[in-house]
Design a protein around this ligand. Structure first.
Ligand SMILES: Cc1cc2nc3c(=O)[nH]c(=O)nc-3n(C[C@H](O)[C@H](O)[C@H](O)COP(=O)(O)OP(=O)(O)OC[C@H]3O[C@@H](n4cnc5c(N)ncnc54)[C@H](O)[C@@H]3O)c2cc1C
Length: 484
């Protein structure tokens, strides 16, 4: 039994490990020079940057996965907690920290939002209920049609997710202070979606930030990829980089192999890849007449990303956000395709937790939402506005820059296959129906990947990889015994 896996992402590595442990022959083909998908390293003049996922959440999922392979996580990687992980800075007055320390959060709220302080436990209780409901739906066999959500066994969990409420409305039920509201609605705005357009479901992010905690991998989050790669190797998975799958061979309605770099055809009993990659590359199956209901397109609101190496260390938290004075106007401009004059700026500073890795100075990942464009002049203007915005709150970076790199939304799209569809507003049901584990039209084509999901993350990629592998093992063992 042979499985071809397209892409060396975290989710695919987890699935490959699980399949290999069942005696299945697994080969991973990654088109880039490195494994790890969106999680990747960049070096600039000796400074180490990591781009893509910056926040590690639910480490227990990663640990449980490694333990289930008969290994001890300590032999592979160390995941550490960041206590007060996010500082939200508001131009006029205060700053508001996010932490999973409830007493600390209540104390802060008492100063900023007395009603919010009283409501805080109820707020967390509702988030926990929603998280549980979400997990219940994820554990069901894949739901394909909207009406399935309104019927048992999904119905009760679906309604708990407040499908008809916006994120903004949800947060305002508990808090009155606009700065606190901005901090808890950024789960949408960070993704380029206005909080009053986003479904309440986005609040599930707060489960990790405020209840379960935020973490990082000692030595860099990329070590998670290295660990999974090592385990995959030990389990006999073969992986190849710089090998692009250019075609999935299909006979009638069954997958029967892949073609590498338009040259080499290889047989496979099943193929596994990320659902977003599949939607973005319809040419992979153009010979087969398969209807793609929801092809991926670049969307209006994207981001400008800057990597900035400093010769000093600044007072910047692991996750650090400097808010626009007027977030409603910021989104009005973004929706009209204009760059915001006063942007909200997001910073990631790994030196906050591991200064020993950054002796020369901070290596900052900075980004702000901007319309989708490859226009260099607009990107330069955006860069200047980001610096100006940071300067307003006392973060004068320009004089201390050793080197930097700026990526336009267009470049990001090319470099990272940015199909995340930032800025695309969906309803709750669309998020729940999105994670299709197996394509309905082609037999033995399986999917990982939940990047467009509001709760997407490295841990959920691992979980999803395990889930699809389990399904494949069940179905493919039927084939091994004579079917197909
Ligand atoms: C900007 C951004 C920020 C994020 N921040 C966080 C965060 O803070 N915390 C968190 O936990 N998660 C975060 N995520 C989500 C996280 O990145 C993903 O959940 C994670 O990368 C897992 O993705 P994946 O396994 O679905 O695939 P991906 O990481 O997308 O990997 C897919 C791989 O397939 C390869 N590939 C595609 N097509 C082919 C082909 N035809 N042939 C060969 N190879 C191919 C690609 O090169 C890539 O390596 C973020 C995502 C983005 C985009």
């Amino acid at each position: 039994m042979k499985v071809a896996v397209i892409g060396g992402s975290v989710g695919n590595l987890a699935a490959a490990i699980r399949l290999a442990r069942e005696g299945i022959e697994v080969s991973i083909y990654e088109k880039r020079e490195h494994m790890g998908g969106k999680l990747r390293a960049v070096q600039l003049q000796g400074y180490d940057f990591e781009i893509g996922p910056t926040m590690v959440t639910a480490p227990e999922v990663i640990e449980a996965f490694i333990t289930s392979t008969g290994r001890n996580i300590k032999d592979y990687l160390e995941i550490r907690r960041v206590r007060h992980h996010t500082q939200n800075i508001f131009p006029q007055t205060s700053s508001f920290f996010l932490s999973s320390d409830r007493a600390f959060m209540r104390k802060q709220l008492q100063k900023l939002d007395a009603e919010g302080a009283r409501n805080y436990d109820m707020f967390l209780a509702e988030i926990m209920k929603m998280k549980q409901a979400f997990e219940e739906i994820m554990a069901l066999p894949p739901l394909i049609a909207w009406r399935q959500l309104l019927m048992p066994p999904a119905r009760s969990a679906y309604l708990t997710l407040k499908p008809f409420e916006t994120l903004d409305h949800f947060v305002r039920r508990y808090f009155t202070n606009e700065e606190v509201i901005s901090s808890f609605t950024r789960y949408a705005s960070y993704n380029g979606i206005a909080p009053d357009d986003a479904p309440a479901l986005f609040i599930i992010h707060a489960y990790d930030e405020l209840i379960n905690g935020v973490y990082y991998v000692a030595g860099g989050n990329l070590r998670l990829v290295r660990a999974l790669q090592q385990i995959a190797k030990e389990e006999g998975v073969r992986y190849y980089t710089s090998k692009e799958v250019t075609k999935i061979h299909v006979q009638a309605d069954e997958v029967e192999g892949v073609c590498l770099n338009d040259e080499l055809s290889l047989e496979a009993d099943a193929v596994l890849m990320s659902v977003e990659d599949f939607k973005a590359q319809p040419q992979l199956i153009s010979d087969a007449e398969v209807l793609l209901p929801d092809p991926m397109k670049p969307t209006g609101i994207a981001a400008c990303v800057m990597l900035v190496a400093l010769r000093t260390h600044k007072q910047i938290y692991q996750h650090h956000i400097v808010y626009s004075k007027d977030r409603v106007r910021e989104f009005e401009l973004l929706k009209r395709g204009e760059i915001p004059d006063d942007p909200t700026v997001y910073l990631y500073n790994p030196a906050f937790s591991e200064q020993e890795r950054f002796m020369r100075g901070d290596a900052l990942l900075i980004f702000a939402n901007m319309p989708y464009t490859a226009n260099e002049q607009l990107v330069e203007t955006m860069k200047q506005r980001i610096y100006k915005k940071l300067e307003e709150v006392g973060l004068k970076l320009e004089d201390d820059v050793v080197t930097k790199q700026v990526w336009s939304p267009g470049e990001l799209m090319t470099m990272f296959d940015q199909y995340r569809q930032s800025g695309q507003v969906k309803k709750t049901a669309q998020y729940l129906l999105n994670p299709v584990l197996k394509d309905c039209q082609l037999k033995r084509l399986y999917f990982t990947g939940l990047q467009t999901h509001p709760t997407a993350g490295l841990a959920s990629a691992v979980k999803n990889g395990e889930r699809v592998a389990k399904r494949m093992i069940e179905e493919l063992s039927v084939k091994k015994d004579g079917y197909g």
